[in-house]
Design a protein around this ligand. Structure first.
Ligand code: ADP
Ligand code: MG
Length: 253
């Protein structure tokens, strides 16, 4: 579905991402983990067509991305700036669908997405009446109601408390299982990348390069307690941590 070929981006004289190549298959939930400032947001913005790459290419369904593709949605880290404060929750979720689908469908899709994220009762509130975690749920509902072929998530749970974060991670997994949307999520949190991903792409410090592309050999159904205790999870998170610290990964004997 998505193919990056030697994608690079340079800001002035600062190389943010360097020759990134990887593919994401339809239905996959791929996580990208890398240190803060390594170029993760730059990468997502280039994929979303918000930033023209300095060199290399992004192909979505085999066609080069120029400008924001129609069937793509992005959830940004900063929910407080991504929702319109003057619109109700319902209208915020409907907003990207204006001019695309009829009024009734817009309404129904927004209702359904808000129920999916557990906010059916908050449709008529305004964003500032909700907690941070709830606002991020609204941002997620808006992306889901749009029904994109590809959903990009930029550290979507980085600004919420730990408990809310666990809930939102599980919510994302549930939606992925129910809807099969292809997702690419970036995070600086090693545990989160392993917990959520079918696969973890590990990026180096700036400029971002792909250090490893690791399959996550855990059952798709994950649980915040048992999954995180499992041997596979613990081994993988250590492997990612070693890669990020530049320590050679020991070869299993
Ligand atoms: P991450 O999301 O991994 O934290 P970013 O992609 O936001 O990293 O940034 C990567 C690097 O590029 C950082 O060093 C950052 O300071 C720099 N950078 C990001 N945006 C710009 C910009 N618009 N102009 C110049 N430098 C930028
Ligand atoms: Mg970022």
């Amino acid at each position: 579905m998505l193919e990056l070929a030697r994608l690079s981006h340079v800001y002035g004289d600062h190389a943010a991402i360097a020759e990134l190549s990887f593919t994401v298959d339809a239905g996959e939930l791929a996580c990208i983990v890398g240190p803060s400032g390594c170029g993760k947001s730059t990468l997502l913005r280039a994929i979303a067509g918000l930033l023209p790459p300095t060199s290399g290419s992004v192909l979505l369904h085999g066609s080069p991305v120029r400008g924001v593709p129609d069937d793509l949605a992005v959830v940004f880290q900063d929910y407080s700036r991504s929702l319109y404060p003057w619109l109700t929750v319902q209208s915020n979720v409907e907003f990207p669908l204006r001019g695309r689908v009829g009024r009734t469908e817009r309404h129904d899709r927004a209702r359904f997405a808000l129920a999916q994220v557990g906010l059916a009762g908050a449709a008529h509130k305004h964003p500032q009446q909700l907690s941070g975690g709830m606002q991020q749920r609204v941002a997620l509902a808006r992306a889901l109601a749009y029904r994109p072929a590809l959903l990009l998530l930029d550290e979507p749970f980085a600004s919420v408390d730990a408990q809310t974060r666990f809930e939102l991670e599980d919510l994302l997994l549930r939606v992925h299982a129910e809807q099969g949307t292809t997702m690419l999520l970036v995070t600086h949190d090693i545990d989160e990348s392993v917990y959520l991903g079918d696969r973890v792409l590990v990026l180096s410090a700036s400029p971002a390069r792909v250090l490893a592309d690791l399959p996550v050999d855990l059952p798709r159904h994950r649980d915040q307690i048992t999954t995180r205790e499992s041997e596979t999870f613990v081994e993988l998170r250590s492997e990612v941590a070693r890669l990020l610290r530049g320590v050679p990964v020991p070869v299993a004997t």
